[in-house]
Design a protein. Structure first.
Length: 307
């Protein structure tokens, strides 16, 4: 029996991400902020299985708590499938079976990875023949992180974070991820940042953010110690103010041997950079003994692709 006969659909795997650098500019009239970020795709993946259907339906499961993931029309992956059908004139539907591994509402782009995987899967299932660039453009209409999950690797994002340019990253960077059982609202974290800066700071009142050359050099060198010196996230301070428990994890991990730690995206997941896989395994053990969940991952990895 062939693989096609065993599974008459398409399976796509898409990665979660870490923002190794994130600078946030002022807020535009539409509510979005000007961003400059360095993304790295890491080895926590979302799997999306797409099969032909008359309507658009979805099922969600996974190794993480998925109780907070919508399974109705508000789900980003389902929105992605509907958008692709609308844009290409596809007359049918699809059933999406999502298997999640990226922490939910954790600042690692799990929902965006689902949407990216859905776009790639449905394009293949329906033979709509869009290019990666066209899929990324559709993804940008769904969320700022979706295009990067299609691209993968390491990239610089500007604008809302969806204008991407690949960045050279040599070697492999080792990370230890500490998820949190209580997710955080991205809009709330940005709102806290605005409040800390003086509330309604407009885009023309804050200098255009940029990714410093030191970050690019560190990625290009493949030197974890150099990258550790360059890690930065403007959303970390507001996230820690909203969630003091996250600060405790960050301080503990850094005291236990991490080169550096930072809040991933808008939080509350913490990403600790370590020098080697052996150092990562040791840190995982220390975090686990202290009662925290710890997951060893690495980057960069590929973007959304058919498995």
């Amino acid at each position: 029996m062939s693989l096609v006969e065993e599974f008459p659909g398409v399976r796509v795997r898409a990665p979660g991400k870490i923002n190794v650098f994130l600078a946030v500019g002022g807020r535009h009239d539409d509510g979005y902020h000007e961003l400059a970020t360095a993304f790295q795709a890491v080895s926590l993946f979302e799997d999306v299985y797409a099969t032909h259907a008359d309507d658009f339906t979805i099922a969600v499961s996974g190794s993480v708590d998925v109780s907070g993931v919508p399974q109705d029309e508000s789900n980003l992956a389902l929105k992605a499938a509907r958008l692709l059908a609308s844009e290409t004139g596809y007359p049918g539907g699809v059933h999406l079976d999502i298997r999640k591994e990226v922490p939910v509402a954790g600042g690692m782009g799990g929902g965006s990875a689902d949407a990216a995987a859905a776009l790639v899967a449905c394009d293949a299932l329906w033979n709509t023949g869009l290019s990666s660039a066209q899929l990324q453009a559709l993804g940008a209409r769904l969320g700022a992180d979706v295009p990067f999950s299609i691209m993968g690797g390491t990239a610089i994002g500007t604008g809302r974070g969806d204008a991407l340019n690949p960045a050279l990253a040599r070697g492999r960077f080792e990370w230890v991820i500490v998820p949190n059982g209580v997710g955080m609202s991205t809009p709330r974290t940005y709102g806290e940042l605005d409040e800390m800066r003086g509330d309604a700071v407009s885009a023309d009142q804050v200098a255009d953010p940029a990714v410093p050359i030191e970050v690019l050099q560190a990625l290009r060198s493949g030197d974890a110690r150099q990258l550790a010196e360059a890690l930065h996230n403007d959303l970390q301070a507001p996230a820690l103010r909203l969630r003091p428990d996250v600060r405790e994890i960050l301080e503990f991990g850094e005291a236990q041997g991490a080169l550096a730690g930072l809040v991933s995206g808008s939080g509350p997941t913490i990403a600790f950079l370590v020098e080697s896989r052996a150092e990562g395994t040791a840190l995982e053990a220390r975090l686990t003994m202290a009662g925290y969940e710890a997951i060893g991952v690495y980057g960069p990895v590929h973007g959304a692709r058919i498995v």
